[in-house]
Design a protein around this ligand. Structure first.
Ligand code: UT7
Length: 367
């Protein structure tokens, strides 16, 4: 039997911090309301030179470094994102090119804030079926580009950032143990970015009407989230007959502290068993679970051998949970330096573009 181990992890967040006090200057809100109703104190905002792919590249190279894998060892890249750089090509392909993952298939996965759980499950299944050996799963967002900074219902919630896991095949038991994924499209209107797709292509009218921003029915999403968090956690555990008291950590989607508290009540667990960092980053959608996991590893809470549940919900509506035994880096020698591949990746990319240009000249396409 083949197991899919989480062997590497990395995160990247922009340096620019936007506090609740900063938001008070933009919309009619206040620090006390935001802290009380959401638990958020500050969030990170991407600079003009940063994008969903650039944050993803940083997080991915760190994850490869921990896993001690070269980009060329990757068979698959799944990029879960709600804020891709373009409708197409996939942001995953931009990452593939920039890190030099020349052997990897790459695609984006859109399941909103549940996307990282969906992506991790898909990659784990590919490894467990022996179709592939090594996969990179990314959650990356630049939500600040899609937030209406005049809408206090949404602009206080979201932040930018990226997180990535490397999954590796091994016959040693552990890694991803079970997962459940759910959806309910009847709630598709509750959290939506209406325009810019094929239904409402970008026009002057859609821009004027502000339809290229996130729209949300906060109360309904809140009610849905409090219902599904505990439920899907239990479902994923039941699949492998694991009890909650055998789980060290729950890493929930970081949307609102009150949603996490409701899940804790539903599961009859103390809040100390939940990894929470939304006070620092707000809701980073697909990136929130891997960022929280990386911080928990780095501060020594999440240790090899720990059982962990990742659980999330989001637009779609989608929700899901995944149970894993945390592995830690696996032995591979000699030591590799994935970031050094960046230079070669850039050179390779330029050469390929140039070769395409020359080919075009030969076949007369540039005349
Ligand atoms: O990844 C999934 C993403 N989405 C979510 O997770 C959203 C889930 N929903 C929520 O987190 C919460 O519903 C919110 C934080 C969005 C809102 O909290 P709430 O406790 O549900 O507030 P509410 O919408 O019921 O509004 C309560 C009051 C309203 O005033 P009135 O009508 O009672 O006078 C709002 O106008 O708070 C007002 N309000 C604000 N006041 C100050 C709403 N937003 C703000 C604000 N600052 N930013």
């Amino acid at each position: 039997m083949v197991y899919a181990h989480i062997a590497g992890w990395g995160m990247s967040v922009p340096e620019t911090v936007m506090t609740n006090a900063d938001l008070e200057k933009i919309v009619d809100t206040n620090d006390a309301w935001i802290k009380d109703r959401t638990g958020i104190r500050e969030r990170r905002i991407a600079s003009d030179s940063q994008s969903s792919s650039s944050l993803a590249v940083e997080a991915s190279l760190k994850a490869l470094q921990v896993a001690n894998l070269k980009p060329t060892d990757l068979d698959l890249i799944i990029c879960a994102t709600s804020t891709p750089e373009h409708i197409f090509p996939a942001t995953a392909c931009l990452v593939q090119d920039r890190i030099g993952a020349v052997k990897a298939g790459a695609f984006d996965l859109l399941a909103a804030c549940s996307g990282f759980i969906y992506g991790l499950n898909m990659a784990a299944q590919s490894i467990q079926s022996s179709a592939i050996q090594n996969a990179l799963v990314i959650g990356t967002e630049t939500l600040s580009r899609f937030v209406n900074w005049q809408d206090r219902n949404t602009c206080i919630l979201f932040g930018d950032g990226a997180g990535a896991f490397v999954l590796r095949a091994s016959d040693r038991p552990g890694g991803v143990l079970s997962a459940v994924m759910h959806s309910d499209g009847s709630g598709s209107n509750l959290l939506i970015l209406p325009a810019g797709g094929s239904k409402y292509p970008a026009t002057e009218a859609t821009v004027q009407a502000g339809r290229h921003y996130i729209e949300m029915d906060g109360r309904e999403v809140f009610r849905f989230a409090t219902r599904v968090m505990a439920q899907s956690t239990r479902e994923a555990l039941e699949l492998i007959d694991l009890d909650l008291d055998q789980v060290e950590w729950i890493i929930p989607h970081q949307a609102n502290i009150r949603i996490i508290e409701a899940a804790a009540r539903g599961l009859k667990l103390p809040m100390e068993r939940f990894v929470v960092n939304l006070d620092k980053y707000g809701n980073t959608s697909t990136a929130s679970i891997p960022i929280a996991a990386v911080e928990a590893v780095e501060d020594g809470r999440l240790k090899p051998g720990n059982k962990v549940v990742l659980v999330g919900f989001g637009a779609g509506l989608t929700w899901g949970a995944l149970v894993a035994e945390w592995t830690g880096p696996m032995e591979t020698k000699p030591k590799v330096y994935p970031s050094r591949y960046r230079f070669w990746a850039r050179l390779r990319s330029r050469l390929r573009r140039f070769a395409r240009f020359v080919e075009g000249l030969i076949w007369g396409r540039h005349s």
